[in-house]
Design a protein around this ligand. Structure first.
Ligand SMILES: Nc1ncnc2c1ncn2[C@@H]1O[C@H](COP(=O)(O)OP(=O)(O)OP(=O)(O)O)[C@@H](O)[C@H]1O
Ligand SMILES: [Mg+2]
Length: 272
């Protein structure tokens, strides 16, 4: 009998212990605000086959014509990766050497690596042309964004998930001053901060035509010099390569429009 009472007493005590445990508090449902991906807010465009063919965009998909640009991509990625460089300016001694064409092809080639986010900015502000190459006019111009008149996304278009272009639909009034303005640098860092591209490529003006590159190239990690076999002289290439090396790191020199090159894209290149 004593054992029975002792067992009942123990059971009572155990129940008491359980009752003393505070009841779990009703948790307020957590309100999670969805964080929108800034890339998804950029207007998406499609490049038609006709536009690609007409404007020599050969790297949207893999193939024989993309091969040489893919090689350029892989070498650029290797050298830039080894040096921790993330921003690349593409320039040339004189005009129409093929800067915009190389810029776009390199960007599309890079973007086929889906783990990379690539951003191209048209900073040839006297004769902007990337919008023509893509057959797409932005709502506002990048030069207005750099003056803080409009949000960045209003001058951007996106191709696929990981490639964005900052475009102009008109020339900028004072390109040289704009390219070296503190506000421009601030807005460019904000763009980098917001979109976090792995690589940012700048389509620049020619070096021998204006001083636009001088104030801007020092803030860029490296530069690629494009010469045209049919119009750039060796001495122009030499002068510009030297000047480029004083302003930033030289990633390499591309000789474009080679009629007798070993590849179909019509260019050869050299790296340092
Ligand atoms: N490898 C090539 N072979 C033949 N033509 C080319 C080649 N690359 C580019 N072009 C053509 O040369 C012209 C100038 O090219 P692009 O606009 O890319 O040069 P650019 O250096 O950006 O010129 P700009 O100085 O006017 O900005 C275009 O008609 C383009 O299609
Ligand atoms: Mg151009």
């Amino acid at each position: 009998m004593e054992r029975l009472e002792a067992a009942l007493e123990k059971a009572r005590q155990d129940r008491q212990v359980l009752q003393d445990v505070p009841a779990p508090q009703e948790q307020e449902p957590e309100i999670v605000t969805p964080v929108s991906d800034p890339w998804s807010e950029i207007k998406e465009i499609k490049i038609t086959n006709r536009t690609a063919r007409k404007n020599r965009i050969n790297t949207i998909s893999q193939g024989k014509e993309a091969g040489p640009y893919d090689l350029l991509r892989s070498r650029a990625l290797r050298v830039m990766g080894e040096n921790g460089w993330a921003t690349l300016a593409i320039t040339s001694p004189n005009k129409t050497c093929g800067k915009t064409t190389v810029c776009a092809n390199l960007a599309f080639s890079l973007a086929r690596q889906s783990d990379l986010k690539i951003m191209v900015l048209d900073l040839d502000l006297r004769r902007p042309a990337m919008h023509k190459l893509l057959a797409s006019r932005p709502k506002n111009s990048l030069h207005e964004v750099l003056r803080d008149k409009h949000p960045a996304k209003s001058a951007f278009v996106r191709v696929g998930e990981n490639l964005a272009f900052g475009l102009n639909n008109s020339p900028a009034p004072n390109p040289s001053e704009l390219l070296q303005a503190k506000l421009t640098k601030k807005i460019l860092s904000e763009i980098r901060e917001t979109y976090k591209p792995d690589l940012m490529i700048f389509d620049m003006p020619p070096m021998l035509v204006s001083d636009d590159n001088v104030g801007f190239l020092p803030i860029v990690d490296c530069g690629l010099l494009i010469g045209a076999a049919d119009s750039t002289t060796i001495s122009q290439l030499d002068i510009c390569e030297k000047e480029l090396s004083e302003l930033t790191n030289v990633l390499g020199v591309v000789l474009n429009k080679c009629r007798f090159s070993d590849n179909d894209a019509g260019y050869d290149y050299e790296y340092y």
